[in-house]
Design a protein around this ligand. Structure first.
Ligand code: C5P
Length: 237
């Protein structure tokens, strides 16, 4: 289960991220680096995590025209991270160009390509907020359609809510990866997340990777919070 828990390192400085990583110790082996920490550490957090043998999900959510995203993907693949993401809404051509570039870069470097996953509908959206942005279909319909497009473009999986995983696995098959934020242990605050599920239920539903930030990193005892979540995941796996 440890390999399926990705802790979101949403910290305001490299120093505070290092402190948290030390506090979590061996209980966590996979970290997500998002915009906040990547920018404030000027990317240095990637070197630090690699030097400490931690796995990295680079969550920079590329969303631009096909050429620009493919070139950003070249650099992401060159960093040797384990996983990175783009936005599915960038479209099929963008997804295809990205995968082509990632494969070429990995072959040139003689390394394994990182897993590439696409953000479908952010877990901070509910139906009302989503419809307000002029989307014609429901969140579920959109997520399933985009997951299908991503799979056909050769991506490894999608970022989605745990609530959509059963349907995605039914449409795309069991090996298509689901990476899910929006995970909240019972009793913890939901904050800006809307389409949420508990860690145990997420595992039961077949989520491959649980991405959890604030319930662990803002807990006064992050290691204990992570351990409790892992125990809950074990109970369902
Ligand atoms: O603190 P919390 O558990 O809500 O953290 C979730 C993390 O997952 C955040 O770093 C957020 O940027 C990220 N994320 C998300 N929804 C997505 C993709 C990434 O919440 N669709």
């Amino acid at each position: 289960m440890k390999n399926r828990l990705i802790v979101a390192l949403d910290k305001p400085s490299l120093a505070s991220a290092k402190e948290l990583i030390a506090e979590l110790g061996n209980s966590v082996s996979f970290y997500k680096v998002g915009l906040e920490l990547f920018l404030n550490s000027k990317g240095k957090v990637v070197d630090f995590l690699q030097a400490n043998n931690k796995k990295i999900f680079l969550d920079l959510k590329f969303h631009d025209i096909p050429n620009t995203v493919a070139q950003a993907a070249r650099w992401a693949a060159g960093l040797g991270v384990d996983m990175f993401n783009v936005h599915a809404s960038g479209g099929e051509e963008m997804l295809l160009n990205t995968m082509e570039t990632v494969k070429t870069t990995a072959a040139q470097n003689g390394t394994a390509p990182p897993k590439v996953v696409a953000v479908t509908v952010l877990t901070s959206f509910n139906e009302n907020g989503f419809a307000q942005m002029s989307h014609r279909y429901t969140i579920r319909e959109t997520v399933l359609s985009w997951a299908d497009i991503c799979q056909k473009a050769g991506l490894d999986g999608v970022v989605c809510s745990p609530q959509e995983v059963i349907d995605i696995k039914e449409t795309c098959g069991p090996t298509f990866l689901t990476v899910c934020p929006g995970v909240r242990p019972l009793g913890s605050e939901t904050q800006d997340q809307k389409r949420i599920m508990t860690p145990g239920a997420a595992i039961k539903n077949g989520v491959d990777y649980l991405v959890i930030g604030r319930p662990i990193i803002q807990d006064p005892n992050p290691q204990l919070a992570a351990k409790k979540i892992l125990e809950e995941m074990e109970g369902q796996g």
